[in-house]
Unconditional design. Sequence first.
Lengths: 115, 114
Amino acid sequence: EPEVTQTPSHQVTQMGQEVILHCVPISNHLYFYWYRQILGQKVEFLVSFYNNEISEKSEIFDDQFSVERPDGSNFTLKIRSTKLEDSAMYFCATTGQSSGANVLTFGAGSRLTVL
Amino acid sequence: AQSVTQLGSHVSVSEGALVLLRCNYSSSVPPYLFWYVQYPNQGLQLLLKYTSAATLVKGINGFEAEFKKSETSFHLTKPSAHMSDAAEYFCAVSDRGGSYIPTFGRGTSLIVHP
């Protein structure tokens, strides 16, 4: 069964460092998302991406965050200068169509710990 | 704006007992509703979804959920818990118009005791 692959599974970094989280979407999916979950809190939407540009973003997705699809397969989330409060599980999700009834396929997540 | 509330961050049941995980939603338009499950070290995967056909929706692994508009609820149930049901369960809502971005709850951890 096709799956979404995320790397690394766990990253520990120092505050102020740049972090890049990687996601390999399902090959025929066109819509990509990043969500995050701070421990004990809701799974929060960060950004959606379609046709090589951001289609929606939340208030959380400020100038410290960026996404890109550099090589047509890999979909990355970059945090330029990490803060302690960026510590969370980051989930990549993809889907083939844009519809409220669509089911997202999620990766296993990347746990980011900022010290 | 849409939102989801999952009551109880942890639910503990004995093997063979009824599982009930609660989800209440808020949406300005009739919603789509989902339950996802996350097993350890895996991504979230769909259990079931409500899209306006039958209000009682059956999913995988014996789970089902009932859409109750009057109560704005979409609780997840299973008659008899198995040890393998131990996982994190997430309720999600998305609108039929406007943004299709699903909004998730905080998740409920289901613990199954032998």
